[in-house]
Design a protein around this ligand. Structure first.
Ligand code: NAD
Length: 349
């Protein structure tokens, strides 16, 4: 299939696109390049033809000739959503829905939406299936919920939206993110021999390896239409629901000499959800996850040793989405609406 992957230079995209190519799909990427330089380890060798564009500026012409869209581009994570709610709504909801409308107009039949388990929000102790009430507690989560709803209204005989509600990702990607809970714990354990838990450690957080998320996209791309049309799938594994403190304890078992500390005043955190992952196993049997948190921690620990993760990688903005976006804004590389500033070479006056 000829597949357009938006946000292909991000954490998931840098793992997903080579997997799609290895399975014989023709991949074109679309990305504004916000994190193009934020690479950990050797530069990626795969060459992906790229439409260098902001999602908000996509035209019908950009979408001609594709069989499917995998839509990853977004402002990712809760603090980034809180930085500027309006920007998150513009990109994660409005421009994303518009992309789907154009894709449908262009005759693209399948639209894989990278959604998130964070739309369950404050789900408490019960284990939620895809039928559960959505109670997002952040702008990011609300946009994911609203986008799913909007995409469902476009579903018909010629257009199949699919929503992959990913658990929180972990694991090595060349576009490393250290603002994801497990990656952050391993990085702190490696650099400072100390994990700081900001909550009281009780919130539930299902986690899934970035390669397994990529496998889920591949399975949904290749599945018969009647298996995926208009469906939402939780992406992860039942046995990979952890409380935050359990994740920290696992890291401390693997990274030598590391201790766990709790930030003073850390409360229970409203974002807590345990998730049931049986539907994806049943509907998409080609999805066979290969990782668990323990293996992922070992993978990251080895990668940090091999490529030398340093304190400034951890404290600086490079591998944190909010920090990097802020530093691009402060340096004037992007303007306040997150578009790359155009440098004029024409003389003044
Ligand atoms: N990583 C996770 O734990 C996780 C969990 C659930 C869902 N998701 C979803 O999966 C998708 C990818 O996540 P990720 O972790 O790879 O994020 P990421 O931040 O690493 O990548 C996002 C990519 O989108 C691009 N992008 C952002 N705004 C853009 C715009 N206006 N125009 C064009 N490109 C733009 C960025 O340059 C970046 O390359 C997102 O939709 C995210 O919400 C991620």
């Amino acid at each position: 299939m000829k597949v357009l992957v938006t946000g292909h230079e991000g954490y998931i995209g840098r793992v997903l696109t080579p997997l799609l190519q290895a399975h014989g799909h023709e991949v074109v990427g679309l990305d504004s390049g916000l994190f193009a330089e934020c690479i950990f380890g050797p530069p990626p060798v795969d060459r992906i033809p790229t439409i260098r564009k902001d999602l908000r500026d996509v035209t019908l012409d950009d979408l001609k000739g594709f069989d499917a869209v995998i839509h990853l581009a977004a402002l990712c994570n809760d603090p980034l959503g809180n930085l500027n709610r309006e920007l998150t709504v513009q990109i994660n909801y409005e421009a994303s829905l518009r992309l789907a409308e154009l894709a449908k107009k262009a005759g693209i039949r399948r639209f894989l939406n990278s959604s998130s388990c964070s739309i369950y929000g404050a789900a408490g102790q019960r284990c939620v299936t895809e039928a559960a009430e959505l109670q997002p507690v952040t702008a990011y989560g609300e946009c994911k919920r609203d986008l799913e709803k909007g995409l469902q209204q476009l579903a018909d005989d010629r257009f199949s939206p699919v929503h992959l509600r990913n658990a929180t990702a972990y694991g090595f990607s060349p576009a490393l993110r250290l603002d994801l809970v497990l990656n952050d714990f391993v990085a702190h354990a490696f650099v400072h021999k100390r994990i700081l838990i900001l909550s009281d450690g009780t919130p539930w957080r299902p986690v899934v390896h970035v390669e397994d998320i990529s496998r889920a996209f591949l399975a949904a791309l290749e599945a018969p239409r009647d298996r995926i049309h208009g469906e939402a799938f939780n992406v992860g594994l039942d046995e990979e629901n952890y409380q935050v403190r359990e994740l920290a304890e696992l890291v401390a078992e693997i990274v030598p000499g590391c201790r766990i500390e709790y930030a003073p005043g850390g409360g229970p955190d409203r974002r807590s959800y345990r998730v049931d992952f049986s539907k994806i196993r049943q509907f998409l049997p080609a999805f066979r996850p290969q990782w668990n948190a323990r293996k992922g921690i070992e993978q990251l620990y080895q990668a940090f040793k091999r490529y030398g993760l340093r304190a400034d990688d951890l404290e600086g903005p490079r591998f944190k989405r909010l920090g990097h976006v802020r530093s691009l804004m402060e340096a004037g590389v992007v303007n306040s609406d997150l578009r790359f500033a155009v440098v004029s070479s024409s003389p003044k006056g």
